[in-house]
Design a protein around this ligand. Structure first.
Ligand SMILES: NC(=O)c1ccc[n+]([C@@H]2O[C@H](COP(=O)([O-])OP(=O)(O)OC[C@H]3O[C@@H](n4cnc5c(N)ncnc54)[C@H](O)[C@@H]3O)[C@@H](O)[C@H]2O)c1
Length: 415
């Protein structure tokens, strides 16, 4: 085992122990149905600021603090929520007594640290997807969440969609029949020469304005690198590429619709084909996921064509469920969507086509309401965990160039 891996495992053990100590702590305060929910945010970058706008629309919620390692974000967060306190170090935010719940929107490789620290501080938590950067981290976070009395919600907003409600109803009604295959895809495009996700490094993004060591979060020390800091998504040390950016949303949606356990195996191929711009994570992907009960899910993606947008097809002996969406915006995750059912005449001669009607719920207001009611949010830590493991197994398969089984990553289906 490499030294860094030992250190990471040690950190996780300590962090989980810290979270366990937090269990004994009473909630910051007991909230009544009409009480204002006071929010803090760690990492108000692009998605974090979008989250702030969304959470500010939730009834009776306000931001009181933000923590970010980049000074520019302090000013940006204050523009959205004037009067908030800002910190470089997230632990100072967690010291505040008047914070009920904390949103985590930092880069993927920081999620587990912030997840565990928030729980250890006795606060409720909304953590952006993908829940963690690795499987051991997902284990530690699931464990800590299960032991705690805290409300934990994950940034898998498709879990609040009306399409999930309708798909589950159709599946329960038995009009889809035996399902052996689910196909899922997403495509994006950019003008040639400009790679998907690439952001310009702002002039003020310098060593003086960024707590670089805190961003590295245990990765090997190196001089400040503005490109790695701003474009962290392109590098394995900080990211899981499009699997953890987008596959996770779709896989979590399918897993919830079909009530699936962890997969038995994952295979993934692809490469950096669209723009060879120095990125490490593949832009072209074909992932195959085997599930218990004779089911295969495939997910394909490219960054060189967006014609077919994003979609999922659940293929059954008695009918198909098709969920289609336009291209989703990277920051807001918003897109127009439709859900349809088509009967298979072989087995449902009288079946008719159906269109989903359910409206779904506001994902962000749902979390705030759960902080008051102590109920489980629409996107629970369980689906956060399971979808994270799927993504990591797929990425491991791509990187190791071999099939990755659940046993080979040290897990059992019962999780
Ligand atoms: N749910 C969705 O649809 C959705 C959409 C986009 C992004 N996301 C997720 O949101 C997260 C952030 O993505 P982004 O595009 O906003 O990235 P970003 O780089 O724009 O923002 C991350 C912020 O975290 C800050 N940061 C980095 N390390 C930190 C640390 N140790 N402590 C405190 N702050 C730190 C950075 O300065 C930055 O402001 C990612 O996990 C991403 O996958 C989710």
């Amino acid at each position: 085992m490499k030294n860094t891996e030992i250190k990471r495992r040690e950190f996780l053990k300590q962090a989980a122990a810290g979270a366990a100590i937090g269990l004994a702590m009473p909630a910051s305060r007991v909230l009544g149905a009409n009480d204002r929910v006071r929010l803090g945010i760690i990492g108000p970058g692009a998605r974090g600021q979008e989250l702030m706008r969304e959470f500010l629309k939730a009834p009776n919620a306000e931001f009181v603090a933000a923590a970010d390692v980049y000074t520019r974000r302090h000013d940006e967060a204050k523009r959205l929520a004037p009067g908030i306190q800002t910190f470089n170090d997230h632990r100072r935010l967690l010291d505040l007594k008047d914070v009920d719940a904390v949103l985590v929107a930092t880069p993927l490789h920081c999620h587990a640290r912030h997840f565990l620290d928030v729980l250890a501080a006795g606060k409720d938590l909304y953590c952006e997807k993908t829940m963690t950067w690795s499987i051991p981290e997902a284990e530690a976070c699931l464990e800590a969440a299960r032991k705690s009395k805290r409300v934990v919600g994950i940034g898998l907003q498709h879990q609040s969609s009306g399409e999930l409600v309708d798909a589950k109803t159709w599946l329960k009604d038995g009009i889809v029949g035996k399902i052996t295959s689910v196909e899922s895809w997403m495509g994006r495009n950019t003008p040639r020469g400009k790679g998907q996700w690439v952001r310009q490094v702002p002039a003020d993004c310098t060593a003086a304005n960024v707590q670089w060591d805190a961003f590295l979060n245990g990765r090997s020390r190196r001089p400040f690198d503005g490109n790695q800091f701003i474009n962290w998504r392109l590098f394995w040390e900080f990211s899981g590429g499009n699997v953890t950016e987008n596959m996770v949303h779709q896989v979590a949606w399918i897993m919830r619709a079909l009530d699936l356990p962890l997969p038995t195996a994952a295979y993934m191929s692809g490469g950096v084909f669209s723009e060879k711009d120095g990125r490490e994570v593949p832009d072209t992907i074909a992932a195959t996921l085997d599930f218990p009960g004779d089911l295969v899910i495939t997910w394909q993606s490219t960054f060189s064509n967006k014609h077919y947008g994003l979609g999922d097809r659940i293929l059954g002996s008695h009918g198909s469920i098709e969920r289609l969406q336009g291209v989703t915006d990277m920051v807001s995750g918003r897109s127009h969507s439709s859900l349809r059912y088509y009967p298979e005449k072989d087995n449902r001669a009288d079946g008719v086509a159906l269109e989903g009607q359910s409206k779904g719920t506001d994902h962000y207001a749902n979390f705030v309401e759960c902080v008051r009611s102590r109920k489980q949010p629409n996107a629970s830590v369980e689906i956060g965990y399971r979808s994270a493991v799927v993504g990591h197994m797929a990425n491991m398969s791509y990187r190791q160039k071999q099939r990755v089984t659940l046993e080979s990553v040290g897990l059992t289906a019962s999780r």
